[in-house]
Design a protein around this ligand. Structure first.
Ligand code: PEP
Ligand code: MN
Length: 330
């Protein structure tokens, strides 16, 4: 694999799971220490830096003994502050880059907590890996991406490289390219993709593995994007559109304020006449009417539903406030 991937010419880091956390016992859990020797050889032979997942202080110690270039903390480990702290303690005074995968549950604070623990140990080269979030629901993804979380991490930590792991988000081969492209469009700094010489025979995650040739084709088809500041007239062109967007957003927020004032009036009537706040029939009627309108206007029904659910919930909050206002004052 190392030889084939090195021939692609654009791989900057070779990842290998030496210790693999598996959901159930009895599955392949990695080859262990002997694999570190193979990695060391591969690195020497093909000149690609290597990375392994570490989940315990012993893993850290062994990985460093075999001169692994970059360590990565897996999603299951990030979810456990005790484990992250043990790894952070083992890293005290050591200079090695560390990549931190998001926790399996969509808890941004847990991800930030892991980042803070590793930062506090003195590690200054840190990257984040977005691998999606576990879900009970059956979706087309193995781990739904919930893009708002990595986007928020990007906003809070603009200096920290963010890498996308389409393999674990998709859990299959078909969606890999689409997710990889989406991450590039969202200004991610890199992509981590699993590759195997005979994907169907892989001992873990076979459905999401692709051959080095497929990987090469996928990488070649990706459209790499530039930054706005790389374009001479980029800012002036976009500035005009942004002015209109700001204007429209101002109107939207003014209208929302008016909308909530009307909710307050309705709340007063319901309070005076002892009527329930939630009127399901009316709410169904609103949704039906707006969904129809949304599709006539070329807006996604799913978006309009989510949008008005938020508006409706806020309207209920307003009416609640009206209903209990005087009770709390008296
Ligand atoms: C992996 O990268 O092989 C892995 C186990 O992933 P995750 O920690 O994202 O589940
Ligand atoms: Mn895997």
């Amino acid at each position: 694999m190392a030889e084939q991937l090195s021939l692609l010419g654009n791989i900057s880091l070779f990842r290998s799971g030496i210790w693999k956390p598996r959901t159930k016992p009895g599955m392949f859990e990695g080859v262990g220490e002997i694999g570190l020797e193979w990695l060391k050889k591969a690195k020497k032979a093909y000149g690609i830096p290597v990375t392994v997942e570490v989940a315990t202080p012993q893993h850290v110690e062994l990985a460093l003994k075999y001169e692994i270039d970059v360590l990565w903390i897996g999603a299951r480990t990030t979810s456990n502050p005790f484990s992250v702290q043990q790894i952070a303690d083992a890293l005290q005074g050591i200079n090695v880059p560390v990549l931190i995968k998001n926790p399996i549950n969509p808890d941004i604070q847990l991800w930030i907590g892991a980042l803070e623990r590793i930062e506090k140990s003195g590690i200054n080269e840190i990257g984040l890996i977005h691998r999606g979030f576990s879900s009970f629901a059956h979706t087309s993804f193995r781990n739904p991406p919930m893009w708002q979380i990595p986007i928020e991490m990007r906003r809070r930590f603009p200096e920290i490289p963010l890498i996308c792991d389409p393999s674990h988000i998709c859990g299959n081969r078909t969606l890999l390219a689409e997710i990889a492209q989406k991450s590039i469009d969202l200004d991610f700094s890199g992509i981590m993709i699993e590759s195997h010489p005979e994907p169907d025979t892989a001992w873990s995650d076979a459905q999401q593995q692709i051959t080095p040739l497929q990987l090469s084709m996928l990488l070649n088809e990706l459209k790499w994007r530039t930054h706005l500041d790389d374009h001479e007239d980029g800012f002036s062109t976009i500035h005009k559109i942004r002015e209109q967007i700001d204007h429209t957003d101002d109107e939207l927020i003014t209208l929302l304020a008016q909308r909530m004032k009307l909710s307050d009036q309705i709340g007063t009537y319901k309070k005076d006449n002892n009527i329930t706040i939630l009127q399901t029939e009316r709410w169904n009627g609103i949704l039906d009417r707006l969904m129809k309108k949304a599709s006539d206007l070329g807006l996604s029904e799913e978006f309009i539903k989510r949008y008005f659910e938020a508006v409706h919930l806020e309207s209920i909050n307003h009416q609640n406030r009206v209903m209990y206002q005087n009770d709390t004052q008296s």
